[in-house]
Design a protein. Structure first.
Length: 161
């Protein structure tokens, strides 16, 4: 089979960048189980992107590895337990069926970026454990607007987007 046109691959890369960025998935709801229709659309788009990548690999094409980004403090703060339930859902419904080798890994586990805006202190180890989806992911904290002062991010342990 011929390789897909470059614009299709670019679209899929764009789709994955959007679909796997789940930082707003708890907005408007306090519980992951009560997620909004918009959050469910995000889940559906994520599944579609990952299934498309799997199909591309089956057909002999190169497909990117994916990673997930969720939001703990991006707008209205989310409950860490609910973020952890979301991460557990991702691990159970996306990572396990597709295989962890399809995802960017750090420390032998898929990487989970957790967006945490508005505070310079990285949450403590107990919060990190709670949002890790029962230990299914290696968690790294992510902040925004660090491009002008990257030393601040390094000082406080944040990665920048």
């Amino acid at each position: 089979m011929l390789a897909p046109p470059a614009r299709v691959c670019s679209f899929l890369t764009l789709l994955s960048a959007y679909a796997l960025c789940r930082s707003n998935s708890l907005w408007g709801e306090q519980k992951w189980a009560a997620r909004s229709p918009g959050a469910q659309q995000l889940n559906n788009a994520t599944v579609l992107a990952l299934q498309t990548y799997a199909q591309m690999r089956t057909e002999g094409h190169t497909a990117p590895k994916a990673l997930f980004m969720v939001g703990l403090r991006n707008g209205p703060p989310a409950d860490p337990v609910q973020v952890g339930l979301e991460a557990a859902w991702v691990a159970q419904n996306l990572v396990r069926p597709l295989g962890k080798e399809r995802f960017v890994q750090l420390g032998g586990k898929p990487l989970l970026l957790v967006l945490y805006c508005g505070d310079v202190n990285v949450p403590n180890a107990s919060v990190t454990a709670v949002v890790s989806g029962g230990g299914a992911f290696t968690v790294r904290w992510l902040a925004t607007q660090l491009q002008e002062n990257p030393a601040l991010g390094l000082k406080y342990g944040f990665w920048s987007w």
